[in-house]
Design a protein around this ligand. Structure first.
Ligand SMILES: [Cu+2]
Length: 239
């Protein structure tokens, strides 16, 4: 292995190492805990992928340029040390990607589970989300409130969305909150999150479900806990 190659490899791995250590995991600027987790994983993987891309493209461009006038190219000779190096390096990178992804994707705030009875979450807000051609209904079972087309959630509290469908398969997608889950007839899929910033977000149906699919949207309002309570009271009175 010549010096330039050694240097390039060393440099590449140094950059990868430094990026992993200097990783920002702050939740600031995100609209929900789910979004924060997904975006920081995305960033983590990007920190690994970008140096590798630069390294590989760098070696490629260097090689093309360095041997551009080679009339008698010789095949690469066996180089055990180099082979061991890239095998181990690749294994470490893949292990990092696997562990980092698992740590996020297996969390309750990211992965959906079948409906469970959560007696441990006394302060959580529970909403049953029902999809049907072509509208969304939000039921607040503890409050006996039903809302059509508008989902109101309190900020900074755990929220459970029990998602189901009345007819065909739909899908709840709130991109700004990092939430997406299928609504399947006869089945409940549970999403958990904590909205962290107040605001209005758009809910889309993300599973083609018929002619009205593109109109199958809803508004998600994340408000303070007091406003949320007030909204529930208003709903109870008007129902
Ligand atoms: Cu739909």
């Amino acid at each position: 292995m010549n010096r330039v190659k050694q240097l390039l490899l060393g440099l590449g791995f140094a950059v990868i190492g430094m990026s992993i250590v200097a990783l920002p995991v702050a939740a600031a600027g995100y609209d929900s805990t789910t979004e924060a987790l997904i975006q920081s994983l995305n960033l983590k993987l990007l920190y690994v992928a970008v140096p590798i891309t630069i390294l590989v493209e760098g070696i490629l461009i260097y090689t093309v340029w360095r041997f551009r006038n080679n009339d008698d190219p010789k095949p690469t000779k066996e180089n055990r040390r180099l082979e061991i190096t890239w095998t181990v390096a690749t294994a470490i990178i893949l292990l990092f990607v696997g562990v980092a992804s698992y740590q996020v994707l297996a969390l309750p705030a990211v992965t959906a589970t079948p409906q469970v009875t959560d007696s441990e979450q006394a302060n959580a807000t529970e909403v049953t989300v029902v999809g049907q051609q072509f509208l969304w209904t939000f039921k607040y079972p503890e409050e006996n409130v039903t809302s059509r087309g508008t989902l109101v959630l309190p900020a900074n509290r755990t929220v459970y969305l029990n998602i189901t469908s009345r007819d065909v398969i739909h899908s709840v997608h709130i991109p700004e909150l990092g939430l997406k889950q299928d609504a399947v007839p006869g089945q409940y899929n549970l999403l958990r999150t904590t909205p962290t910033s107040q605001g209005t977000y758009q809910l889309y149906c993300a599973e083609y479900c018929g002619v009205g699919h593109s109109q199958m949207t809803a508004t998600v309002k994340v408000v303070s806990y007091d406003e949320y309570q007030q909204w529930l009271e208003d709903q109870k009175q008007s129902q």
